[in-house]
Design a protein around this ligand. Structure first.
Ligand code: HEM
Length: 468
């Protein structure tokens, strides 16, 4: 028995060493690789426990380019300018190949269907939500946000994250998908929200592992897809002929040749529109309320634009928002500080970065979270300093250098300007109407999210009261 085990172990070890030697011969200039000693698993456990800390410690120990081996895959991180340029611009790396499997796991869109439709859908969304078209959403979005803010009553105490979610979720859905075709009663909205929250919470796990391990998540996904079947049928039935009268969902239906997958794509769009925007709105409010000097300046600005704060301002225009730049800077600063841990592309042909050659098949990764903490680009990187955004040419829709929470190049998030406007508007409506007091200390960020905005780790209750 012992002899058989020894033979087996020797065979496994020989195989691993053989593979490593072969790999080194084929790719002598590959970056240092952190692979641990467990075959196939690699350093999955250590990485999964705290991915953001892992990335930073590896950068300090191995230098700006390194590979992490986990669950049979090689993830190569690049943390300096040269690599970032290649990440966004090189033809040898591919976005679709990197995300296809996650899309299949989470919303059951097969690879062939995904490759066929992605580009057209991306171009459509980018066009509809481009800055010159945002005015189309402004009136509805403002009315919707106002309606749900109104339901908060005169005063209360609530978990800030829930408060933000209960308002943004139905308002964004009614704006992008169309109010009349969506479940609208309070109980229907909260049932939808519950399932959606479950779907969002385990989205990252579901994107990596077989969903049979996530039973409750699978049930919620099934429920959401069934409901979206009804929603997309209603959107198709009521689809107007005039382009300006269509919702984003109806444009999506027009662009999609294979209507069978409309609920799956709708779920993906719904997730993309909420997953980052809600936590960013939460963090923006937390940062503002916990910085009394900034909070006061913002209130002075609001008074100078709308007269006395607390008046029931129901209609806010894009011009009004332009007169409140400090709030927009706060949104961008919150995004900077709580950005996704990584964005990814697949290497299709070997690519040279610094002195290394990254082999085909690797996943190439950059980390917006850590890039935004580089003091060379963001002095005092850990501080919430909205004033740093004075230097950005936001009038021309340009961010600060090396600000990459939305990706870059040809795959930059098509919803970014919509998201910034939506959060800007929500913060103005909230602060104009209510006075807020934080009841808990500012929570730490989770440091766990690779694909999404970092979530808070502890409670964060607020007390709110109508302004006099
Ligand atoms: C603060 C809020 C948001 C953040 C931080 C964010 C971030 C991102 C990131 C990092 C990507 C991937 C880019 C890449 O890998 O190169 C992405 C893609 C995408 N985002 Fe956003 N996003 C936000 C809001 C939104 C909103 C509000 C919508 C829709 C209304 C949206 C729709 C999309 C879509 C459809 C894609 C996929 C694009 C493609 O197929 O190439 N996002 N977003």
């Amino acid at each position: 028995m012992d002899a058989a085990l020894a033979v087996l172990l020797t065979a496994v070890l020989t195989l691993i060493i053989g593979k490593l030697v072969l790999f080194r011969l084929r790719c002598p200039n590959a970056p240092p690789c952190i692979s641990g000693w467990i075959p196939w698993f690699g350093v999955a456990f250590q990485f999964g426990k705290g991915p953001l800390e892992f990335i930073e410690q590896a950068r300090v120990k191995y230098g700006p380019v390194f590979t992490v081996f986990a669950l049979g895959h090689r993830y190569t991180f690049v943390t300096e300018e040269e690599g970032i340029e290649a990440f966004f611009m090189s033809k040898d790396v591919n976005f679709e190949q990197a995300v296809q499997q996650a899309v299949k796991h989470t919303v059951s869109i097969p690879a062939k269907v995904f490759y066929k439709n992605r580009y057209n859908l991306y171009v459509m969304l980018k066009g509809k939500m481009a800055p010159p078209n945002l005015h189309i959403f402004m009136k509805t979005l403002c009315k919707e946000l106002h309606e749900f803010v109104e339901q908060l009553g005169t005063e209360g105490t609530e978990e800030l994250h829930d408060l933000v979610r209960h308002i943004m979720y139905p308002a964004a859905v009614n704006t992008l998908f169309g109010k009349d075709i969506w479940p609208t009663s309070r109980s229907e909205i909260s049932e939808f929200e519950e399932h959606f929250q479950m779907f969002d919470e385990d989205f990252e796990y579901a994107s990596q592992m077989p969903v049979c391990f996530l039973r409750n998540w699978s049930k919620s996904r099934q429920w959401l897809l069934k409901t979206l079947e009804k929603v997309t049928s209603a959107a198709a039935r009521t689809n107007p002929s005039k382009s300006e009268s269509k919702t984003v969902l109806q444009h999506l239906l027009d662009t999609l040749p294979d209507k069978h997958f409309a609920p799956n794509y709708s779920l993906l769009l719904l997730w993309a529109s909420q997953a980052n925007a809600v936590p960013v709105a939460f963090w923006t409010l937390v940062f503002i309320i916990s910085h009394p000097d900034i909070y006061k300046k913002i209130m002075d600005d609001i008074v100078s634009v709308f007269g006395n704060a607390g008046n029931d301002k129901t209609e806010i225009s894009q011009d009004d928002l332009k007169k409140l730049p400090l709030i927009k800077w706060c949104v961008l600063e919150a995004i900077r500080l709580r950005s996704p841990g990584a964005i990814t592309k697949k290497v299709m042909n070997p690519i040279k970065i610094q002195n290394f050659t990254i082999p085909a098949g690797d996943m190439l990764m950059i980390s917006p979270y850590w890039l935004h903490r580089n003091p060379k680009y963001f002095p005092d990187p850990d501080m919430f300093k909205p004033d740093r955004w004075k230097a950005a040419n936001l009038e021309k829709n340009a961010f600060l250098d090396n600000f990459v929470p939305f990706g870059g190049g040809n795959h930059q998030c098509p919803g970014r300007w919509f998201a910034i406007m939506e959060i800007h508007l929500l913060v103005v409506l909230f602060l104009n109407k209510y006075e807020f007091i934080l009841l808990d200390t500012v929570p730490k960020e989770s440091h766990l999210h690779l694909v999404g905005t970092q979530q808070p780790t502890g409670p964060c209750r607020v007390q709110y009261k109508l302004r006099e």
